[in-house]
Ligand binder design. Structure first.
Ligand code: FE2
Length: 441
């Protein structure tokens, strides 16, 4: 349909990139010399048996093998232990962590923070930690053939393995989610070095993705035990100004969304975030369904997408095919000034999705008064959506690796709790308007 111009790029990207997922995670403890938690091949959904390593571990219970059963058999998580969760870091399993770390620093403005590898006594992997304000990324590669990290990369390409959650008490958090039917991967364990003790514990979620609870309350080191400060003169040409993770989105398979929503409700005590724009009307345009689970403070917001039947192949389905199953599709990173952030990202060479001009012709009527100049938003391809609480601005990167899987979203909230659903319809309508101008509709 759209053969030329920005509309074509947008159509392609919207359809396939907003849906691509990010999905590798890793465990800090592994880099710290703790026996790695296995990440055997996991069929797309739920089957705990695929997480072979978990079976037989202390804390593992056969009842946890079937997540669907969990929703009726488990008891809700006790209040308290999970009240102050925050996103702590994302660990990506990648083919070449050294180069990936360089990319995230020079393109996205992260700075070197910590390292673990052969020089620090870890011989099976290399992990680089990079930081920007409150957002920490861990890039981990295998140094040996055929281990869990190498197999993860083989199955999924570069992707998010661990969406780690900071807690003030990892033991209590782990006990709480396990009481709620979570899928245990590694029981709480202490990691020590001269700077103190950290406590970590790991559970599974969709696909091969995990959540590691991280408690650093008794640790003073630069990152976690086993890591040393990473000194490197790697800086982005233009400061980007990213702040923290706003939300982290998972793609799951057909008809699995509600099961995973229930998983977070039962294990974490999360609730479904209902927002003004949470209407199925977008399905016609997006071929996906999405629900958002969040903690009571709306700090840990995790939308979960599943494919839906549409006019074209669902972008979620494309992700599942490319990633080899469910995983993290995108991570939205907050900024306080999206205009300056986008200018810096473009100057640093980051590829962002483009938007058809017609989108901006209709923007004022759709979202009402906003502080930003529409001409600038048009120049930079920044999108706007509104709900009953305010508005938000967002833009998406192209995939961050060769597979059309993980991508970033840059987001600035001005009161709104929206995740941008209104943009799906607005973008498709504007693409068709551009198409009509060319006489091709
Ligand atoms: Fe998002």
């Amino acid at each position: 349909m759209i053969a030329h111009g920005r509309g074509r790029t947008l159509a392609t990207s919207l359809a396939s990139e907003h849906a691509k997922s990010l999905r590798s995670t890793s465990q800090p403890s592994e880099g710290a010399g703790v026996p790695p938690v296995a990440a055997g091949p996991t069929p797309q959904f739920a089957p705990a048996p695929a997480r072979g390593p978990a079976v037989g571990r202390p804390g593992y219970h056969p009842a946890h093998r079937e997540i669907r059963g969990m929703t009726t058999a488990a008891t809700p998580a006790p209040a308290g232990a999970l009240d102050s969760l925050e996103f702590d870091y994302l660990e990506l399993y990648v083919g070449n962590a050294k180069q990936a770390a360089h990319f995230y620093c020079t393109a996205f403005g992260f700075e070197p923070l910590a390292y673990a590898g052969p020089e620090t006594g870890v011989h099976d992997r290399a992990s680089y930690v990079v930081v920007q304000d409150r957002f920490r990324l861990v890039l981990t590669s295998s140094l040996v053939p055929g281990d869990a990290i190498a197999e993860h990369v083989g199955r999924h390409g570069d992707g998010v393995h661990d969406v780690a959650l900071r807690t003030e008490n990892a033991r209590a958090a782990y006990a709480a989610v396990m009481a709620g039917g979570a899928h245990g991967i590694a029981e709480p364990r202490e990691l020590h070095d001269a700077d103190g003790t950290a406590v970590v514990a790991t559970i599974g979620t969709y696909g091969e993705t995990v959540h590691t609870f991280v408690d650093r309350s008794a640790y003073r080191g630069v990152w976690l035990p086993g890591f040393v400060r990473w000194e490197a003169a790697i800086r982005a040409p233009h400061a980007v100004g990213l702040s923290h993770i706003d939300h982290c989105v998972g793609n799951v398979s057909w008809n699995e969304m509600d099961t995973w929503v229930a998983y977070y409700e039962r294990a974490f005590g999360f609730t479904q975030l209902i927002s003004f724009d949470d209407k199925d009307i977008s399905t016609e345009y997006t071929a996906l369904r999405s629900k958002v689970v969040t903690d009571a403070r709306n700090v840990v917001k995790m939308p979960i997408n599943e494919p839906a039947e549409g006019l074209k192949k669902s972008q979620i389905e494309e992700y599942l095919d490319s990633y080899g199953g469910p995983g993290v599709q995108h991570v939205a990173i907050a900024t306080n000034d999206i205009i300056e952030t986008v200018r810096a990202l473009r100057a640093n060479g980051v590829e962002l999705l483009e938007t058809p001009d017609a989108y901006y012709d209709a923007l004022g009527a759709r979202v009402g008064a906003i502080d930003e100049e529409i001409a600038i938003l048009r120049e930079l391809d920044i999108l706007v959506d509104r709900d009953d609480r305010g508005y938000m601005l967002q833009i998406f990167t192209k995939p961050l690796q060769d597979r059309p899987t993980l991508f970033f979203e840059i987001i600035q909230r001005r009161g709104s709790l929206s995740f941008g659903k209104g943009n799906f319809k607005a973008l498709f309508v504007s693409i068709e308007q551009e198409q009509a101008k060319r006489g091709n509709l």
